[in-house]
Design a protein around this ligand. Structure first.
Ligand code: SAH
Ligand code: SF4
Ligand code: F3S
Length: 477
């Protein structure tokens, strides 16, 4: 069921997925919790930290609402729709609570942080409100809530990275895993609520990152994705002065050196912070995947300035040129917002032309959703009518579909090294894997002695706009 593990931030297909580890034996736990995650990959990753903390307090995970003593929603605030989805889900939980009054309902994550105790007034059903930096206090808060009190902890921290907590891989395919390397964000993109819900940026101890990745590899994992809102500003100063400061480029290299058999990915890069050094390290190591998610947000320099992205259209184009020069054949994807405050048709056309210039393999596309408390909310008017936003978004989506198709068609006839992640969702006769460029590829198992977690060479024979189709072409066979 979980064979296709998307390893990108904001994969809509996983929103609200309920999960529990395959291996845990719930009978050994005193109580059971059920958790659903929304939003970005960092939230999914945090749910694995929460699971670890709860396990320590005697709670086992379940995929079944009916048998849970504690229902948790790990929430997202990035767009209004994300919050609406969570509220709808809460009303569904109401039924469960009506028949079992002792059942506890908790809100975790960014919406908990944004709304704080207001959430308890708005959503009477909720017993617990816990922000992203307060998960260590969950066991205590649960006890308070069990005693009939409403429990809240939304303190943000400047230090918390949960470095010492070993996450419980909740819905793992056993091949790919996510590893948080930093938390928070110091950029103040005017549209974005993340700096308010996640707090100040802080980097996790490099040693704990390396040991987590090494342990994953020793357990059979073949790919790690290093996660942060802005991974390129990772910076860690070891306590012992003899240690050299660890930049993102160095960290990437350290992880790549664990084993040539371990693929390394990362997300997300801010165009202003990705350095030439990072590109050079990527080019040097075969096992660092040739894929960069480089959100542009808009193709208009005027809008980029209003967004406080701190780069211009031309500067971004030069970055794309540099990536293509240093890492030929690198996959590039983007995030794009349609209809930001004051956006004209000309600005919108600039976005379309920049998309063409960049030749994105894939994009996550949204229309602007004003978020309370952000700089854009305070400073600008959300003045683009909904129908214009939606029409522009549609044009962006259509263009991206064309670009994705073109990019996939260019791969036909080529041979790629693929890491098999599991069986295809559609047929157990087929394997599903990814190329280094992060494209999903599906190919028949035939009689090859290969399986999940293996690397295999695959020739691309056909494609759709989202998937490559292929045939095993192992040169050594
Ligand atoms: N840290 C990442 C992205 C975090 S949020 C980065 O800087 O790229 C993920 C994406 O959601 C953003 O890239 C942006 O495209 C989108 N987004 C954020 N706030 C939004 C808003 N208010 N309305 C619409 N889309 C938004
Ligand atoms: Fe939001 Fe900008 Fe930070 Fe990304 S870099 S999380 S868009 S403030
Ligand atoms: Fe992620 Fe949504 Fe929070 S995108 S950081 S879960 S607001």
């Amino acid at each position: 069921m979980f064979d296709v593990l998307p390893n990108k931030i904001h994969d809509e297909s996983r929103q609200g997925e309920a999960y529990a580890p395959f291996t845990s034996d719930p009978t050994v736990y005193r109580k059971k919790f059920y958790i659903e995650s929304y939003g970005c990959q960092m939230n999914f990753s945090d749910s694995e930290i929460v699971a670890s903390i709860l396990n320590g307090a005697g709670f086992g995970a379940t995929r079944n609402v009916e048998e849970a003593d504690l229902l948790l929603l790990n929430t997202c605030s990035v767009r209004e729709k994300a919050e609406q989805t969570v509220r709808k889900r809460l009303t569904e939980f109401r039924k469960a609570k009506e028949s079992r009054p002792a059942l506890l309902v908790g809100m975790l994550g960014c919406m908990a942080e944004r709304l704080k105790s207001k959430l308890l007034e708005e959503e009477k059903l909720v017993d617990l409100v816990v922000g992203p930096d307060a998960y260590r206090s969950l066991p205590g808060l649960i006890e308070e809530a069990e005693g009939g009190q409403k429990a809240v902890n939304v303190l943000l921290s400047r230090e918390e990275t949960y470095a010492d907590i070993s996450p419980i891989r909740l819905d793992s395919n056993g091949v790919t895993a996510f590893v948080s390397i930093m938390r928070g964000c110091n950029n103040m993109c005017t549209f974005c609520v993340v700096p308010f819900t996640r707090g100040r940026e802080r980097s996790r101890d490099a040693h704990s990152i390396i040991s987590e990745c090494t342990e994953l590899f020793n357990r059979g994992y073949k790919e790690v994705t290093l996660l942060g809102q802005n991974v390129d500003s990772y910076f860690f100063m070891p306590e012992h002065t003899s240690g050299q400061p660890v930049t993102f480029a160095l960290l990437l290299e350290m992880v790549a050196k664990i084993s040539p058999q371990l693929r390394v990915r990362f997300s997300t890069s801010h165009p202003k912070d990705i350095t030439d050094e990072v590109l050079q390290v990527m080019a040097r190591y075969h096992n660092i995947c040739k894929y960069i998610h480089l959100p542009v947000q808009s193709g208009s320099s005027r809008i980029l300035q209003l967004m406080n992205r701190t780069y211009t259209r031309e500067w971004y184009m030069a970055k794309i040129d540099r990536i293509r020069e240093v890492i030929p054949g690198c996959g590039i994807s983007s995030d794009i917002i349609a209809g930001f405050c004051t956006e004209t048709e000309e600005d919108h056309n600039d976005t379309l032309s920049l998309m063409e210039y960049s030749g994105y393999d894939m994009s996550y596309m949204f229309f602007y959703s004003e978020r309370p408390g952000t700089l854009a909310h305070r400073r600008y008017k959300d003045d683009i009518p909904d129908e214009v936003k939606k029409r522009r978004l549609q044009e962006i989506v259509s263009l991206q579909n064309e670009l994705s198709k073109k990019s996939n068609q260019k791969d036909i006839g080529k041979i790629f090294e693929v890491l098999i992640e599991g069986e295809s969702k559609k047929s157990d006769e087929d394997w599903m894997g990814r190329t280094s460029q992060n494209k999903v590829i599906v190919f028949p198992k035939e009689n090859h002695r290969i399986g999940k977690g293996d690397y295999v060479y695959v020739m691309v024979t056909d494609c759709t706009k989202a998937t490559l189709l292929g045939k095993v072409a192992n040169p050594e066979e």
